[in-house]
Design a binder for this molecule. Sequence first.
Ligand code: NAP
Length: 511
Amino acid sequence: MNIIGKNHIGHRLSSKSNETLKIINPETNTENSNIFYEATLEEVSEAANLAHSAFITFRNISGPQRARFLNKIADNILKLDNKLIESYKEESGLTEARAINERARTIFQLRSFAELIHNNNWRESIIEEAEPKRIPNPKPDLRKTQIPLGPVVVFGSSNFPLAYSTAGGDTASALASGCPVIVKAHEMHLKTSSLVAQAIIEAAQETGMPDGVFSHIIGRGKTVGTALVKHPRVKAVGFTGSISGGRALFDLAAQRPEPIPVFAEMGSINPVVITGKALKKRYKKIAEMYANSITQGTGQFCTNPGLILTMESDNTSDFIRELAKQVSKIPSQCMLHPNIKARYEQLTQDIKTANDLQIVTDIKNANKPNYADALIATVSGKTFLNHSKLHQEIFGPFSLVVRVANNNELLAIIEDLEGQLTGTIMAEQEEYPDLPPLIDALQNRVGRLIFNGVPTGVEVCAAMQHGGPYPASSDSRFTAVGVHSIKRWVRPVSYQSFPKELLPENLKQHE
Ligand code: NAP
């Protein structure tokens, strides 16, 4: 039996249940040989209680010490070398280049948070000294800082087995803030997740972190995830995945006797507006750019451009034909899992019932069970406005080109859209004076605005906003990418009239 198939309850391995599961290799459509033990409810409770005990110590461990822990996690992940890359490939169907790229992103994120917490500036502390002589009332000494919430449960995403999973952005930011983490492993990449979990546990032991600072729980279906979110010792949740999953966990957390925050990053169709002038000047270039963006990673990105709003012009039909042509040149690729492929097939079938919708691609390249052919459809603005089903995310290499009749229709469509991660404008310089109403409408629906580019490719940096109005994310005030994502796991506390000796270090004096 392979030891990596067990749950990690803090520093120890545990397999109390007789229920086991195996992972599908989507490329070969066969089961991989590793066996994984599902956690029992008792094990869930042990992990949550241990995380609570660890929190008492961990929250007071200095920033530089926590930074050492994060850097050691990064070192240990790199030491996994090919073993990790091979496991990633056999569980996700994604390429080696993508695996290496995503590992680099994971390491970069861990090291960025380590750098952030070397000093306390990220806590945005405020010191207002007393004004005893203020008239009519004296002002007390008041000092505010940020403290960690407590144990965080992270539901890793299926589409980023490294960068947004076990040691991904949610875990790195929560550990950086001083919160212990319990990862609910994503059942589509359990071996990859378990290897990374082992790397985290070893880093915790090597840097003297308390037992329970990290646990890794395996479970299929809703039982384990539900028990984790409901556990009274858990104080916040990070999630990346479907709207239905994120919403279910959000509702569950809100119904607890003590409601807790859920930071869920869910569906998005990422509208792209292409003006008539942009089409006239460069429809071929735009079509090529978007064919690549739509099919990148088999379209399995939260920032996939699923909705292209073209202004009706002499070149709209040329653009649509060119997009279909460029997309058909790109070889079909593997999807993450048979279930994700089945859902893609189902949703692309479902939309065909909308009147005046046309499928403009006829690609039949997919020669293996979990490979997906890209699909481009077009529809009028009027039909789009009247069919809410067309506003749904279709996870995969799909995009809907809407032929928008005029500016009023464009603004009505944008206003009617659900919240989105991104909104893109493809336009020419001579149109700048006309764009403010469009920019205003888009920024009201999205978290990130892009000009003359594509929404795929999310830079990891402090100026990035990855989150938007619901359902793009459950709380549009926060980002899931970049160092500011740490703000999700802390809360402000003020100290009034406190003697200096009793204040936290970072509030003792102005830096
Ligand atoms: P998912 O079904 O939302 O699952 C994500 C994680 O949440 C899994 O660990 C899952 O556990 C857990 N979960 C979901 N619903 C739950 C509930 N009601 N109670 C407790 N736990 C729950 O996402 P997925 O499996 O990654 O992919 C399914 C679909 O989600 C895709 O086809 C796609 O449409 C969408 N998706 C979107 C994005 C995006 O970035 N926009 C990313 C990934 C997926 P179990 O697996 O054990 O049930």
